[in-house]
Design a protein around this ligand. Structure first.
Ligand SMILES: [Zn+2]
Length: 69
């Protein structure tokens, strides 16, 4: 399997020999610990949490709060 060297977008550290095809582009920086994704490796159209519409997120939060009471 091919491995890749990727520069961390946060701190610029080169992370070597990453199996980006297995992780769909995700890597965790060995220097600063931040996770980032190279979008060119993404295979499926997933909907990441941070892309949810604010209205939906707020609704689910309200539901969670109501259930806790
Ligand atoms: Zn980093």
């Amino acid at each position: 399997m091919m491995t890749y060297d990727v520069a961390c977008p946060i701190c610029g550290r080169i992370n070597r020999s990453l199996y980006l095809e297995e992780t769909e582009g995700w890597m965790e920086c060995e220097c600063c610990g931040n996770s980032s994704q190279d979008l060119s490796f993404r295979k499926r159209a997933k909907i990441p949490v941070f892309r949810m519409r604010p209205g939906i997120k707020r609704m689910s939060l309200k539901r969670k709060t109501a259930a806790a009471q």
